[in-house]
Design a protein around this ligand. Structure first.
Ligand code: FES
Length: 120
């Protein structure tokens, strides 16, 4: 989740070449499962939990712009995680960027003295 008040710690979760434009990938960090999408414009990442009934969402059901939850068919924009046609529901976003051929996700640092954490 993105909270601008919290510093983040950037961690590499995949090589950029593993996720071509128009594709997505499920990545794991500890107990978290995240969907990372490579859209035409940018990279995005979201918690892999459908806000409808908590089901996992599969990266294979990403068409380059939207991902469809196969359980009840809701679609979510890969740009911002918003539900298409069901205002008020959205996937929980994470900061993500590509740097040096690596896909990095920004994980919030809570209450640690981690001096390496940055939000840049
Ligand atoms: S659990 Fe995803 S649409 Fe219902």
């Amino acid at each position: 989740m993105i909270n601008p008040a919290l510093p983040v710690s950037w961690k590499a979760v995949a090589r950029a070449e593993e996720i071509p434009e128009g594709k997505g990938k499920l990545v794991r960090e500890g107990r978290l499962e995240l969907l990372v999408f490579h859209t035409k414009e940018t990279w995005t990442a979201f918690d892999n939990t459908c806000p409808h009934a908590g089901a996992p969402i599969y990266a294979e059901h990403f068409d380059g712009e939207r991902v469809t939850c196969i359980y009840h068919g809701l679609q979510f924009s890969a740009k911002d995680g918003s539900c298409v046609g069901c205002a008020g529901w959205s996937l929980d976003p994470y900061l993500v960027k590509e740097e040096g051929g690596q896909v990095l996700v920004g994980f919030p640092v809570r209450g640690s003295g981690d001096a390496s954490a940055t939000s840049s």
